[in-house]
Every structure is written in structure tokens, then in C-alpha cells.
Design a protein around this ligand. Structure first.
Ligand SMILES: O=C(O)CCC(=O)C(=O)O
Length: 294
């Protein structure tokens, strides 16, 4: 018996819905379902739809609370659940601002199986607090609270997924946890920007794919011609060898890919990282972490 595990159950046909959000929340939700409908019209046999980060709200720290809603009774959750159920399709629902029971606001991603059931909820763990002098300052923590767990889940018939949001991708640990738990696909709804996007977006997609010999899905909002936060776009799928399978431009569009379990199996068989790991050496990398060390 092969020791190499493949975490994808079948060929998975996926669509990445790259669109931007405007000021009207109801219109943003409708746009999401319109894009989803269009994708299914073009490819009725799709298994999975993926939406971008923060798809029902402008990406602005002073707006998140206004657009936030509770889960599962908020309008965004209901719309996505209903769409998944009506069309019998799995949905990784980008992210949107969640109003938690504790009164705090989170950047949260929900996934739905094809019966419309919520099968995963990830609250962004690492908040985007950066200051690049003269170029960009952003402080998500001024209005958002962070999540406190890594997210791994199964979509029945498709396989095991890891889920994280945007800036989370810079911390390889979340993808490692998912992969060590048997995930074969790592998905990041993410809104990189025109400063850090060109430099880092593709590299992170490729890095996480190679690290874990897993498919990586990145789904971004499109760039908004009416100003505000300028997302990088370039939604993409990267295969377990680090090859980019499909990549969008920066305008609104839908891109399609097929995830093939044999590609993952071949990658993992050819270079058998999973049987060569030395957990005796790096069983817990946090143990010796020193204050101020990377
Ligand atoms: O990591 C980056 O460069 C961008 C992250 C980001 O835009 C976000 O977390 O929303």
C-alpha cells in the first residue's frame, strides 16, 4: 500500500468569481449570486464556487461594522446557503464582516456544502496591520477582532480543505496545519492591493502550494474603477508543483480550473515529503521562539 496520501477525492471543477463590492450591500450580495449564476450557466457541471474576500462591503476599516451581520441569520449567509442548496453546488463564500455574539466584528469566511449547510467558518486570524512609509498604511485591528483557530473541513465527495483569509497566507503555519490534517486544497479569499500584490501575491500562492504539495486557490475582488481600496485582482489556482493553472487579470471576470487528484498524487509520490518529515526536530516551532525573533 502506498504511504502517499491524496486528499482530493475526484476531479474538481472550480470557478473563481472575481468582482468588486460597491457601497450598497444588497446590490453586492445580488452581484455575488449573479456571478455565481453566470458561472453555472457557462459550466453547469461545476463542483465548487469561490468568492472573494469582503465581497459584501467596501474594504475599509471604518465601514466593517456598518456592513456586519450575525451568522447564521444574516442576509449574506442566507443568500449563499440558499444559492448552494438551490443549485446543488458547493460554495466557499469569500468573506464578509461578521457581528459576533460578543459584539465584536470579524472578517469571516463561510463554506457551504451543496445542501446549503455551513461546513466551515473561519475568522481571519492575522489582521492586516501594516505601515509601508509613503505607500500604504492599513490597520484592520482598529475595527476588527481576530479569529483564534486554524480551519480545516471536508466538502462531501470533494475532499479536505484548509481555509484562511488574505494576510493569513503570510503565515505558513495555517496551511501546514491543514495539510498535516490531510487537506489537499488550501483556499484563501484575499484582497491584496496594488502595493503588495504585484510583489507578493503569486509568490505566496506558489509557496504555500509547494510547501504542502497541495492545490492553492486565491480569490480576489476585482479592482474597483470608482476608487477606494484598490484590490490586486489576479485570482488564481496553483497546482501542487507550484505551477499556476489559471490566473485572472484585475477586472471583473470568472476564471475556471479543474483540480486533478492525480497531479497531487504524482507530485507527492515523486518527492515524498510526507514520509521524510522530521517532526522529532520541528514538532513545535513555537517552543523556542524568542521575543522579537521572526
Ligand atoms: O499581505 C498583504 O500584502 C495584503 C494583505 C491584505 O490585503 C489583507 O489581509 O486584506
Amino acid at each position: 500500500m502506498s504511504l502517499i496520501m491524496t486528499a482530493i477525492a475526484k476531479n474538481i471543477k472550480v470557478a473563481l468569481l472575481q468582482f468588486y463590492a460597491g457601497a450598497n450591500k444588497a446590490e453586492n450580495i445580488k452581484k455575488a449570486t449573479d456571478f455565481a449564476t453566470k458561472a453555472l450557466k457557462q459550466h453547469p457541471d461545476l463542483d465548487l464556487l469561490v468568492l472573494p474576500e469582503c465581497f459584501n462591503s467596501p474594504y475599509a476599516v471604518d465601514q466593517f461594522r456598518k456592513y456586519s451581520e450575525s451568522i447564521p441569520d444574516g442576509e449574506t449567509t442566507k443568500a449563499l446557503s440558499q444559492f448552494a442548496k438551490e443549485h446543488g453546488v458547493n460554495v466557499i463564500g469569500g468573506s464578509f464582516p461578521e457581528l459576533g455574539d460578543d459584539g465584536n466584528v470579524y472578517n469571516t469566511s463561510l463554506s457551504f456544502d451543496k445542501t446549503g449547510k455551513i461546513v466551515a467558518k473561519h475568522r481571519k486570524v492575522h489582521l492586516f496591520d501594516i505601515d509601508i512609509p509613503g505607500k500604504m498604511t492599513f490597520k484592520e485591528s482598529s475595527s476588527l477582532h481576530s479569529g483564534n483557530k486554524a480551519t480545516v473541513f471536508d466538502l462531501p465527495g470533494l475532499g479536505r480543505f484548509g481555509l484562511a483569509i488574505c494576510y493569513d497566507i503570510r503565515f505558513p503555519e495555517l496551511a501546514m496545519i491543514a495539510s498535516r490534517s490531510g487537506a489537499g486544497i488550501m483556499c484563501y479569499p484575499g484582497a491584496f492591493n496594488t502595493v503588495t500584490g504585484p510583489r507578493f501575491w503569486t509568490k505566496f500562492g506558489v509557496a504555500r502550494a509547494i510547501d504542502n504539495q497541495a492545490y492553492v486557490i486565491l480569490c480576489s475582488p476585482a479592482r474597483n474603477p470608482n476608487g477606494g481600496y484598490q484590490a490586486y485582482g489576479h485570482s488564481m489556482v496553483v497546482d501542487p508543483n507550484g505551477d499556476v493553472v489559471v490566473e485572472a487579470g484585475h477586472n471583473e471576470q470568472i476564471v475556471y480550473a479543474e483540480l486533478d487528484p492525480s497531479v497531487e498524487k504524482d507530485a507527492r509520490t515523486a518527492i515524498p515529503l510526507s514520509t521524510q518529515r522530521r517532526f522529532d526536530i520541528y514538532h513545535d516551532v513555537s517552543v523556542d521562539a524568542k521575543k522579537g525573533a521572526l
